[in-house]
Design a protein around this ligand. Structure first.
Ligand SMILES: Cc1cc2nc3c(=O)[nH]c(=O)nc-3n(C[C@H](O)[C@H](O)[C@H](O)COP(=O)(O)OP(=O)(O)OC[C@H]3O[C@@H](n4cnc5c(N)ncnc54)[C@H](O)[C@@H]3O)c2cc1C
Length: 334
């Protein structure tokens, strides 16, 4: 009989981990406190790249490598299987007038990453050729359909409680209505909430709110993602332009604010003045699973021998999901 793997949290990290475990022969269940794919993972911008890898430890880019190829392949499967189009686009990204020009050139050379010098509105810039994007909301809708078809069991509206530490192994995880989700191994992929269910003082993951706004002006065509000073603009297939994002430490509050909309619009106008007269038609927020140095926790629990954690992907969870799923699988099979 296949080993039963219970994945706690159905965001992009949980869903991609589910695919990899299922492909490796596990009997997989994904449990979510609300609905699969409706938290941080659906709220993201969908840039498949760690915006400024030259400013991070090399582990960050290592966890992002191979992501474009993974999503390209997955998108083809999702489209051809009739699960939906997650709008994967190999658009490239323009990094406008960066202050860390030298670091970018060194990083690109070291990592064999293609960059071209270019001008954006007469400002000296770099084009990062192999940067891709995806529509996270559409990705999560199609991923949910896809994993169900693979035979992954989905249990929604089921909030798992903080684990009581009594033995080295557990054979079930308690739910907050006195139920038990049985399994042989448990993988925590509960995003910003991960520390709430396994708080041993070592899992330090905290919510970091990010807000985005969306404009529509059909005459504007953005072939490439634009990035400048921790701010980006990108265009969805339908023509909508997404601007983001804020980085706010406000706990588990995912409401949107007027201030954020104002600041994001000002930054947008500084790159595309034609959007001055257009008001954003949508604003939303998500809670990123914040972690020190943007390096997720991919590890076995220090007490329970059949609990694993794959969480804390902070700003790049969509990009890091495939590689971190590979890493957790390796740990499970070790
Ligand atoms: C504004 C914004 C922009 C972003 N842009 C990008 C980007 O361009 N590129 C990129 O790669 N990343 C981006 N990110 C980051 C990325 O979205 C996150 O890192 C990623 O979504 C984290 O995925 P996750 O599966 O860990 O968390 P989530 O998607 O939050 O999933 C966690 C799930 O666990 C469930 N859960 C929590 N507690 C429990 C419990 N007790 N019991 C059962 N279920 C539980 C939740 O309901 C939720 O569905 C962005 C994020 C934001 C907010």
């Amino acid at each position: 009989m296949a080993a039963r793997a219970v994945i706690i949290g159905g965001g992009v990290v949980g869903c991609v981990t589910a695919i990899k475990l299922k492909e490796s022969g596990y009997d997989v269940t994904v449990v979510d406190k609300s609905f699969v794919g409706e938290e941080s993972s659906a709220a993201g911008a969908g840039i498949i790249f760690p915006l400024m890898p030259w400013n991070y430890e090399s582990k960050v880019y290592q966890l992002c490598s191979g992501a474009s190829a993974f999503y390209k392949n997955l998108s083809e499967k999702l489209i051809h299987g009739g699960f939906g189009d997650p709008e994967f686009i190999e658009s490239g990204m323009i990094c406008i007038e960066p202050s860390d020009k030298k670091e970018i050139v060194q990083w690109a050379k070291k990592n064999n990453f293609k960059i071209n010098e270019c001008l954006f509105n007469n400002r000296p810039s770099f084009e990062l050729v192999n940067v891709a994007q995806i529509n996270p909301k559409k990705l999560m809708i199609s991923l949910k359909r896809y994993i169900s078809t693979l035979g992954v069991r989905l249990i929604e509206n089921c909030n798992l409680k903080q684990i009581q530490r009594k033995s080295n192994y557990i054979n079930g995880w308690p739910t907050d209505n006195n139920g038990l989700i049985e399994g042989d191994i448990f993988i925590i992929t509960a995003g910003a909430w991960s520390s709430n269910i396994i708080n041993n003082g070592k899992v330090e993951i905290y919510p970091v709110r990010g807000q985005l706004i969306k404009f529509k002006k059909p005459s504007i065509k953005l072939d490439k993602i634009l990035y400048s000073e921790n701010f980006y603009l990108l265009q969805r297939k339908c023509g909508a332009i997404v601007a983001g994002s804020t980085i706010e430490n406000v706990g588990f509050d995912n409401t949107t604010t007027f201030q954020a909309a104002y600041e994001l619009k000002e930054k947008t106008i500084s790159l595309i003045p034609e959007l001055k007269e257009i008001e954003p038609y949508e604003q939303w927020a998500g809670l990123r699973p914040g972690v020190k140095n943007n390096i997720p926790l991919i590890q076995k629990d220090s007490i329970h021998k059949n609990i694993y954690i794959n969480s804390g992907h902070y700003r790049y969870g969509i990009t890091m999901a495939p590689k971190s799923a590979d890493e957790i699988l390796k740990l499970i099979q070790a």
